[in-house]
Each structure stands twice: as C-alpha cells, then as structure tokens.
Design a protein around this ligand. Sequence first.
Ligand code: HEM
Length: 502
Amino acid sequence: MTTRQESPRDAENLRLVAMDTSHRFDRVLQSFPRRTGELAAPPAGSGLLPVRGDRGIPFVGFGIHTLRYGPAYQLQLLRRHGPVSWCQAFGRKVVVVSGPDAVQAVLANKDKAFATGWPDVIGPWFDGGLLAMNAPEHLGHRRLMQAAYGEEALDAYVRCMAEDAHTALERWPAGRRFAAVAAIRELSGQVTTRAILGLPYEPAGRRIMRAVEECIRAETAALRLRIPGTLWHRAYRARRQLLTSLTRAVAGSGPREGDDFLSVLSRVGREDQGRFDSRQIAEHTLFTLIASHDTTAAATMATVYFLGRHPEWQDRARAECLTGAETPPTAAALSRLETLDSVIKESIRLVSPSPINMRVTVKDTELLGHYLPAGQLVSVCTAVNQLLPELWDRPQHFDPERFAEGRNEERVHRLAWAPFGSGQHKCIGMHFGMLKVKATLEAMLRRFEWRLPDGYEAPWRFTSLPAPSDGLPVVLRPLRERPEHDGQRLHGNRETGSDRRQ
Ligand code: HEM
C-alpha cells in the first residue's frame, strides 16, 4: 500500500477532505468551542475505554457541520478522537465510526449487537423495505427478493433504461448553461418507471416519481408533525397513495406478466418458501424506488462533474462507448465498458452517494475496545475510508486508473471502497445501480460533450445525499454539431480553465 501526504498546495478536491473556511459563516461555525467529553462511563472492571467526542453548540451540536461538510468533518473527528468517537447533532448523541477496521466490525455485526438505525433517524419512509428490517425477517425477505435482481431480470431492466435515457436526453438544452442537478434527478425518474413499474414516464410515471421525491425529501425534514401543509404531512399522503396504487397493481390479478421489477417481484418465491403478499410487494417496490432514485442520481452527478473537470477522461470514456457498445446498449455491452466503469467507481469513491450507514446498538457492546451502551445511534462513515491516505494513493485526486487491473487500490482492505455498504444490508441493487448509471452516462457521452465554468469547484452539500448546492452549472454541446474528429473540442483551450488546476 502506498501512502503519501497531500501537499498543502494541492487544492484538488480539497473541500472533500478539509472543512471549507472560505465563507464567513464557515469561520463562525468553526469558532464555537468543541466541549469535548465522554459518551458514557464503561462498566467498572470491564477494561473498556470510554468513547470520546464533542458536544459543540448547545442542542445543534455538530449537526450543521455534518450536513455542510460531510466526510470532511467526520475525517476531522477521526483524526482528533480515533475511529470510534461521538458528536452531538440536533439534540442527539451519535457515535461516529470510521476507518476500515471499525467500519468492518459494525457492518459485519458478528455479535448481533447492531440493528438498522435508519427508521430511528429518518422516520417511517423505509417501512416494509429491506433496510428497515432486521434478522431473521430481513434474511427471509432478502432471499425472496434476490430473483428480482438476477441476470435475466437485469437484462430486461437495462433494455428499458438505456432506451429511455437516449430518448430523454433528446430534450436536454445545448449551448447554454443549465442546472444539471435538477436535470439529472428528472432523468433518473425518466429511466426508472418503465424498468421498475412497467409504466411510461409520461404521464403516470412522472406523478409517481414526484410522490417518491416527497417521501425522500421528508427524510431530512426538521418539523416532523402531521400538520397540513408541512413536508412531513405531504410525504405521509404521498406514501399512502403510492402504497394503495402499488397494492392495487398486484392484488387480485395473480402474478403479473411483464419484465419490469414489480411484475418480477409479483412472481417470485416458490410455494414452500412462502410468497410476498400484495402489500409486501408494494412496500418493497416503494422502498426500491426510494433506494434507487437518489443514489443513482447522486452517482451520475458526481460522474458528470468529474468528467467535466477532466476532459481527457471524458474523451476516453466516450471513445470506448462509440466503439464498444451498440445503441441502446445491452447489460453485457455496458459491462464491457471498463473505462466508464473505473470512472464511475472513482467518482463515487470521491463523492459517495450514500456516505453513511446508520445503525443502533441493541445491547451494551464494545467496539475496538470502546464501550457502547444499548440504544446508541451509530453513524458508520464508509465515505471517510474512501478518502484516507492510509488506504489510497493521493486520495484527493481523481484517478480512475487506481481501479485498473494490476493496481487495484480498492483491494487494500475490504472496507476501503464501500459505496454500496457491506454485510447483511449491502446494497442488493449494486449491479442494477451501476448499470443504470452506466446506461445514463453512455447515452450522455454519445450525444454530448460537456464542460463546467472555468475554475469551477462544486460546493458539495450533504443534507440528503450529496449534491452541489449551486445546482451544478454545465454547458452541453451536441456531438453531431461537431465536424467528425475536427480536433476543435469544447474543452478547446486545455491550458486554461478547469483543467489547469490538476
Ligand atoms: C449508485 C447507486 C447506489 C448506491 C450508492 C447504493 C448504496 C446503498 C447502500 C450504502 C446500502 C446499504 C445501507 C446500509 O447498510 O445502511 C444500500 C442498500 C440497499 N439498496 Fe442501494 N444503492 C444504489 C442503488 C440501488 C438500486 C438501483 C437499488 C434497487 C433497484 C437499490 C436497492 C437497495 C436496497 C433494497 C437496499 C437494502 C438492502 C438490505 O437492507 O438488505 N440500491 N444501497
């Protein structure tokens, strides 16, 4: 394993590893006293160490730091207090776990001391889905669901997603600056509804994705009361309507025909294994919509951003798409796009779409010799591992070659690269997700070149899943306008602009 210290002059992606101090608000925020202390006293004679951490601003604690700086703040906690620490965030004490060994211990969960912590943090939006379940119920449901993620099923989803991505991109604006965050979110919905529900995006699919987004937005709502007009209330209504229509779609008629996820799920399970009932199919499908939509949008955003900053990689990935895959591509053809694969892996290493995994202790336990009491919320920071100089060569740098055969930096530790989690709850949609992001990027690369404003550095925020807070300004140029290989690229002056920062 190579480890090298970052040079202080090295500013590439600095905001991902160090808390920004450029704005006055950041300086004020970071000037508050940390108020360091212990989480809980270990039982006498146990030999365990207390977990040390910071209380910070009364009530708010480090909640704003977490949303504003994400992994950069958690990295600072790791350096100050070690792999097991705690901080206060909006009135709650949260244990923060990072570093490969601590993350592995929690996610492997050998002593069964950790349960899913998501319902505790976000509310009822995952209810009935795998991530809200614990063993043994979780295992039974996951086994049944596996059929909906098999190779044959994925082939059919990819066919729809790739076609829909190509069609949707026809309407993207070219030649002017536009906000890519909103466009990529919409695109994620456009390539979802036929594959998962067997429904075209217009008009029914769009309504469904709006309702799914209401549920996703409510995950981070500050006001959690069912008062009409609030986000929380709207999300409850949206969830009820979604579950009613999904249940209706599978109830009564028996197994559905069709290649979409909902139809496949309505057919899974042999009699002796038990089958899902209509309500369970509806709940799993709704959670699948939630789990797949924002994560894949965030992965696409990160890749669009890094390809905008690294035109040489954009060119390489495009050349591979133009020579390698038929249009629209099959799952097998997408899997052969190795450059694009490394580019996406590197993008989600630097900006992990799902940077933390939430757990709660179900009994008093120990973690790397530290005492954790029962009922303790634990934030497992996989994204921090992906940025550690102990594990990665020059971790701030965008360098897709690190995943190339022979170098394989991700193999240095099984928890070095874990954007899809690990252990019992590891993302069951990992291949689905990678194929969706690849199908979207492949369609974009075939149709457009894109660039970012000169000197642009994304202001990543971590309120829900990571996204640039300014909407990510992008300019597209349709490839068909470009005389074939005329050497006049959109990124024409490579000595200026974003490329010069590398
Ligand atoms: C780039 C895209 C994606 C990323 C980064 C991602 C990330 C994750 C992570 C980190 C977890 C584990 C969370 C934890 O342990 O607390 C997870 C679980 C899950 N994901 Fe994904 N995901 C992605 C796409 C998808 C897609 C496309 C689907 C479905 C079509 C999906 C369905 C699920 C489900 C059902 C679970 C729960 C698994 C379980 O609890 O057994 N994900 N995902």
